[in-house]
Design a protein around this ligand. Structure first.
Ligand code: ZN
Length: 118
């Protein structure tokens, strides 16, 4: 089970390293595994263990501005999307509006007729 992530301990590797609990005799220790440089961190010295204990969720470890800009892009894209989908329902909404218009016209007409009648 992955507890969290730390920066890879291998030199020249800044990728996220999975931190998980060792099993068996070493169950008191944490270990790390980096899928990018294929290294594992299994040293049981205090420094390494303290480092591994600082594991964080991946999103926190990589507060990537990339993710944020992606979100922004999505947000910016959103307003441009409606025109696309607008073209199709437009016919429907136009009909709908026309229907409402006709209805209002009829109602008003009736109202006017009623008013005139009164
Ligand atoms: Zn690595």
């Amino acid at each position: 089970m992955i507890l969290g992530y730390v920066k890879c301990t291998a030199p020249n590797c800044n990728e996220a390293m999975e931190v998980s609990q060792c099993s068996g005799k070493r169950s008191a220790y944490l270990k790390g595994r980096c899928h990018v440089c294929k290294c594992t961190e299994q040293r049981s010295n205090a420094n390494t263990q303290d480092y591994l204990k600082q594991h964080k969720p991946l999103e926190e470890l990589n507060p990537a501005p990339v993710e944020q800009t992606e979100e922004l892009e999505v947000l910016q894209e959103a307003p441009t999307e409606p025109p696309k989908s607008d073209t199709e329902p437009k016919g429907v909404s136009t009909l709908f509006c026309a229907g409402i218009g006709a209805f209002i016209g009829l109602t008003l007409g009736k109202a006017v007729t009623v008013l005139r009648a009164v």
